[in-house]
Write a protein of this length. Sequence first.
Length: 101
Amino acid sequence: MLKPALLAAIVLMASPVHAQDIVGLEDCSKARDTDKKIGCLQSNVAFLHALIRKNDAAAQAKLKETGAALTAANARLDDLRGDIDRLKQALADLAKKVPAK
């Protein structure tokens, strides 16, 4: 029973692993000229910086939106707590008016 699992593990370890491509990045290893490699790498760095800025802006917008929603929810919660306090007071007032048996 252990042998098939061991065999599968060995086969998986022996298979070559390919790096995952990132859409938009160039493969700079194919450039032969040093200037072209440097330009390619600089292009990749610029692309990644732009991607980071874009993702950061999206995350900040989502954080701001979530903060606004949280503020609105807290305001509604405070309103509901006030309603509960008023209902408790009204119930206490009614309890005082009803004669005890």
